[in-house]
Design a protein around this ligand. Structure first.
Ligand code: NAD
Length: 262
């Protein structure tokens, strides 16, 4: 039994109906979780349309993790409208790198573009958790989203690989820092899924074809696959799990030489 009825979740990273975070929202809503969404203002109209599809969404406030103050604004707005209410779950499904990170050879990416990618895609987990802590119940579960390019070379993923390596380090550091107080922090390493963020990765469709042909399950994963793991991580069924990177990728990360060369 998931036993999530009556729990409260912060979910960050819904930009469209294809967002992994939206898949997680639907799964958590089915399990009885009340949702408070943090959205980026540039996706406001899409998020406003989507919010009517789930009764479980009790509030939604702007969130921009690029700055400390704009991150704080989400929690200020949440606590103003819901005094004393605390969350049990935080979903951090946020990733971004400026266009030039993909347009330039990696050796020439530097300065503000590099800083923006690292701040938003890696360091923002720490920033979100720092602001969230006063609003989290004991025994909370935080879930972030990563990709296996953190530990292996993936063509064209570039700076995002470095950001994901940083994010995974943050996952372990924060799990160890907050574990003594009973808070858990884990990352789901998802296989490739077509979303707005994925659309910015050159050659993404060919990566999807390659994984479908070579993953042990001979398919790509989808938002529901990731959401199932997220619901488990959000629940007490995973009470002994923290600081982990859990692969939801149809088994692709267990392989090295692709079957298709044989
Ligand atoms: P998406 O485009 O639907 O979601 C990315 C989200 O990041 C958006 O909601 C966007 O608003 C948010 N975001 C970006 N910059 C932000 C900022 N400054 N402040 C607040 N929010 C910001 O794409 P997605 O694929 O669902 O991405 C969710 C997470 O999953 C990302 O961390 C991504 O790297 C990770 N991931 C995706 C895949 C994939 O193939 N789609 C695979 C592995 C991991």
């Amino acid at each position: 039994m998931l036993r999530l009825q009556g729990k409260v979740a912060f979910v960050f990273g819904v930009a469209s109906e294809d967002s992994i975070a939206w898949g997680i929202c639907k799964r958590l809503a089915e399990a009885g979780v009340t949702l408070y969404l943090g959205y980026q203002k540039r996706f406001m109209s899409r998020v406003f349309k989507l919010k009517d599809e789930l009764d479980a969404i009790a509030g939604f406030y702007p969130l921009d993790v690029a700055e400390d103050e704009t991150t704080a604004e989400f929690f200020e707005a949440f606590s103003k409208e819901n005094p004393g209410l605390k969350a049990d779950i935080m979903v951090h499904a946020i990733g971004f790198a400026p266009r030039e990170c993909f347009d330039r050879p990696i050796i020439f990416v530097e300065g503000s573009a590099l800083d923006a990618a690292m701040t938003v895609s890696a360091h923002s987990l720490q920033r979100c958790l720092r602001h969230a802590l006063p609003h989290l119940n004991p025994g909370s579960s935080t879930i972030t989203l990563t990709y296996a390019a953190s530990t292996r070379f993936v063509p064209s993923y570039g700076i995002m690989s470095i950001a994901k390596a940083g994010l995974e380090c943050w996952t372990r550091e924060l799990a160890c820092h907050l574990g003594p107080d009973g808070h858990r922090v884990n990352a789901i390493s998802s296989g490739p899924i077509k979303t707005i963020a994925a659309g910015g990765i050159p050659g993404f469709d060919r990566i999807l074809e390659h994984v479908e042909a070579n993953a042990p399950l001979r398919r790509n994963v989808n938002q529901d696959d990731v959401a199932g793991c997220a619901a488990w991580l959000a629940s007490d069924l995973s009470a002994g799990v923290t600081g982990q990177i859990i692969h939801v990728d149809a088994g692709y990360s267990a392989t090295m030489v692709p079957e298709s060369i044989m």
